[in-house]
Design a protein around this ligand. Structure first.
Ligand code: ZN
Ligand code: ZN
Length: 412
């Protein structure tokens, strides 16, 4: 038996007036998901705990069986991991923007004119950076898409107890980074980061790419502004923790970063956009291909689009995307043999809230040997009557591993 968790990001919702006071999932025509609900066991899930409004990152950390309160130290480590940096416990990691400052060192564009060019040559220059007095610290930058990048600091006695450099608005200088404690390590890290930001401007301001951008009336990417600091924690690899071979198929760098950090293999999907226009045909083909031709016994899958519709408050788009996933993805998922499949969400993103809420999400578990309850439709309301009742995200891996007979007995 093998297993998969399919996260429909932001799927959960609240009643929407324009949908006749139904949730988008209630409203959507989902014959395949309903068939799985009818032949499976259902319930609702609080990915972290009742009343806790999760981010996608903290929710996924919990669903993989880790404690987000110890593992999640900030967004930086997962962004850095997501762009392909091999982060190590003890590294201090940041997400960064290429931004634009004027000659008075005032930020005029936080995203450097949403630079589209490949920023690799800029990153290559930044990676030559040496800061006097900090020769023992490795300073490692890596480009991401557009204006985004990541930074890790590696060395002894670093700390993540420091403030952000991002002024969040234009017409202000990058903020001076301060330590938030009296610890010498935090003082040291803050001082180093301030010097790195200044030095990035020295390195980037006259780079040929930027001189060219100025000539074309585009905002130069002449400074790097880090934020989202986090100290990379020590964690047990997922494969070890559950004695499995695992892979992740996801669309966003953040989720991929969490999976990489947990030591999972990453499988890419051609044409995936992380939005409602993503190529779902390629998505399901990739899943099926890997189920057939690899020996992974656990897959974590994240489809992003529904979350975006929720953030946009677009009920019609959310309903349509759910229907499309049902038709393209779950028509085939429901046919898989020797597979225990979990379908759920990481959190609710209600149309009326346009952000994540703590409303528990529906969950179904489908596959051979699973107890079947009386629930016949997959949605937030019917799921409550199911046999799983209400579980926490941190219970899910244990429940799933038990269903594929991959657990050790506790006691005699
Ligand atoms: Zn999410
Ligand atoms: Zn979201």
């Amino acid at each position: 038996m093998r297993s998969m968790i399919i996260i429909i990001d932001g799927l959960g919702d609240r009643p929407v007036k324009e949908l006749g006071n139904k949730t988008p999932l209630q409203k959507a025509n989902t014959p395949n998901l309903d068939k799985m609900a009818e032949n499976g066991i259902n319930g609702i899930m609080d990915s972290i705990a009742p009343g806790i409004r999760p981010g996608s990152d903290t929710a996924h950390i919990a669903i993989l069986g880790y404690d987000p309160y110890t593992v999640y130290t900030g967004r930086g480590p997962f962004e850095a991991s997501g762009v392909g940096l091999d982060i190590k416990a003890g590294d201090v990691a940041f997400r960064c923007n290429f931004s634009t400052v004027d000659d008075n060192y005032i930020v005029t564009d936080r995203r450097a004119g949403r630079i589209k060019e490949d920023t690799t040559p800029l990153i290559n220059e930044l990676n030559k950076m040496k800061i006097e007095g900090y020769e023992d610290i490795e300073i490692i930058f890596k480009e991401s898409t557009g204006h985004r990048a990541a930074l890790i600091l590696r060395g002894e006695n670093l700390s993540d107890e420091i403030t952000d450099a991002d002024p969040k608005v234009v017409e202000k200088a990058p903020k001076t980074v301060h330590s938030t404690t009296n610890s010498p390590n935090a003082e040291k890290t803050a001082d180093l980061l301030n010097k790195i930001i200044k030095e990035s401007y020295t390195i980037l301001r006259n780079h040929p790419i930027n001189l060219n951008r100025i000539k074309n009336n585009e905002a130069p990417a002449n400074i790097i502004i880090p934020r989202g600091v986090g100290l990379v924690p020590e964690i047990e690899e997922l494969n070890k923790k559950y004695e499995i071979k695992s892979a992740c198929i996801a669309e966003t760098g953040l989720i991929i970063g969490i999976a990489r950090f947990a030591g999972m293999d990453i499988i890419g999907v051609e044409g995936s956009t992380g939005s409602v226009d993503t190529n779902l045909d390629n998505f399901i083909d990739t899943i099926i291909d890997n189920v057939k031709n690899t020996d992974y016994d656990f897959f974590l899958i994240n489809i992003k689009g529904a979350d975006e519709s929720g953030h946009d408050g677009n009920a019609k788009e959310k309903v349509e995307f759910i229907e499309k996933i049902d038709e393209v993805v779950f028509s085939k998922i429901s046919q898989l043999q020797d597979m225990i499949t979990v379908v759920t969400a990481d959190h609710s993103t209600p149309i009326t809230v346009k952000d994540h809420s703590a409303d528990p999400v529906p969950i179904l578990v489908y596959g051979k040997g699973v107890r079947v309850d009386d629930v016949k439709r997959f949605n937030e309301i019917d799921a409550v009557k199911g046999g799983l009742l209400r579980i926490k995200g941190s219970d899910l891996m244990n429940i799933l591993m038990d269903l594929i007979d991959n657990t050790h007995k506790f006691g005699a």
